[in-house]
Design a protein around this ligand. Structure first.
Ligand SMILES: Nc1ncnc2c1ncn2[C@@H]1O[C@H](COP(=O)(O)OP(=O)(O)O)[C@@H](O)[C@H]1O
Ligand SMILES: [Mg+2]
Length: 355
């Protein structure tokens, strides 16, 4: 059953330089319990999309168009107090920076327990017992002892685990994780992703995982949406994305997947940078960076289409789609990239590393 349906979401920021359309006509849906990845370089509009779901876009930004149906109700139509009931309760969010999410003056355990008392109506004893269980489940050793630690007594990896425990404490239907492991060491990252996955499966929580890193998507997600300059450029299952990518931008991202150990010195394989969103290029916004761009790409804005049939696939339910003129027969030279997927090049998963 569909848990989240986003239709034509459009978000603008009104800046001194002009109107920035940070999210431009975005549609997608997430099923109950599904793990959905949103991937793209910095500035693609991933975080703005996430904040929109929680209705946390603030001035100078505004959601100018669209629908966000969560379990059948359009979040954009709710009153502020109704949104507050959903936020943190049915939709939880974790960010890159664990430190700012934790309150330094309360113990970690107390913060998890408080979330459960507040959202689930647990009494003190129940909340404490369950909080210790959760700390244990996210991989904090000696959870009962660590319950009384303050956030600064935790390492960065443990802090992020605690944040995950708080987010999952109220058994949300949807967990939005915005670059949750970007600040962490690559080996801790793999473990934490595994734990998020295990917990989400246990609680049947759907995940919207936001990342600039396709390696992270490969690790955790069922389906993926690739974003570029505020727009979706490809939608696919993880298998399709890795074995049969359809958009040149996806292919470019793929060649920059980090290999074990060399993450810090990864090559920038897509030349150029994301365009300034005040002045998005004409036609396909990726054309200035695309090795296959032709005149048509400067003129015509490609729509999301089913790459096999060329049929329009802009609706939220479309599972396979790419926005490239290749698939509407408007590209003469074609796309002649080759995809080689080698085994065992994903992030290391296992018990060889710890905090
Ligand atoms: N508070 C803001 N004021 C002005 N522009 C913003 C603001 N927040 C985001 N934007 C614009 O939206 C674009 C997308 O931002 P964001 O969603 O944070 O990207 P990312 O994909 O890296 O998460 C940014 O490049 C910027 O142009
Ligand atoms: Mg972001």
């Amino acid at each position: 059953m569909t848990l989240l349906e986003v239709n034509d979401l459009t978000v603008e920021f009104y800046t001194e330089d002009g109107v920035v359309r940070a999210v431009d006509g975005l549609s997608y849906e997430i099923e109950r319990g599904e793990k959905f990845g949103v991937v793209g370089e910095s500035g693609a509009g991933k975080s703005v999309t996430a904040l929109s779901l929680m209705r946390l876009i603030e001035s100078p930004g505004r959601i100018v168009k669209g629908e966000i149906r969560f379990d059948g109700t359009d979040i954009l139509e709710l009153s502020e107090s109704e949104v507050r009931d959903i936020r943190g309760n049915r939709i939880a969010m974790i960010f890159q920076d664990a430190q700012t999410a934790l309150n330094p003056v309360y113990t970690v355990g107390e913060q998890i327990a408080e979330a459960m008392r507040h959202h689930l109506g647990y009494d003190d004893e129940e909340a404490r017992t369950r909080a210790i269980e959760l700390l244990d489940q996210v991989g904090i050793p000696e959870a009962e002892l660590r319950y009384s630690d303050y956030p600064h007594e935790f390492s960065g990896g443990m802090q992020q685990r605690a944040v995950i425990a708080i987010a999952l404490a109220c058994d949300p239907d949807l967990l939005i994780a915005d670059e949750p492991t970007t600040a962490l060491d690559v080996t801790i990252e793999a473990k934490i992703l595994k734990q998020i996955e295990a917990l989400a499966e246990e609680f049947d929580t759907a995940i919207q995982l936001i990342t600039h890193d396709l390696g992270v998507v490969a690790e955790l997600c069922d389906r993926v949406m690739v974003m570029y300059a505020g727009q979706p450029v490809e939608k696919a299952s993880v298998e399709q994305l890795f074995y049969d990518p359809k958009h040149p931008y996806t292919v470019g991202l793929m060649s920059s997947i980090p290999r074990i150990g060399d993450r810090r010195e990864r090559l920038q394989t897509i030349p150029g940078t994301m365009p300034d969103l005040v002045e998005v290029p004409t036609g396909c916004s990726f054309h200035p960076r695309c090795p296959y761009a032709e005149e048509a790409c400067r003129q015509t804005e490609p729509q999301l289409v089913d790459p096999d049939t060329g049929d329009v696939a802009t609706d939220a339910a479309a599972e396979r789609a790419a926005a490239c003129l290749e698939y509407t027969g408007e590209l003469t030279g074609g796309l002649d990239y080759e995809v080689t997927v080698e085994g065992d090049e994903q992030l290391p998963i296992g018990d060889e590393a710890d905090d």
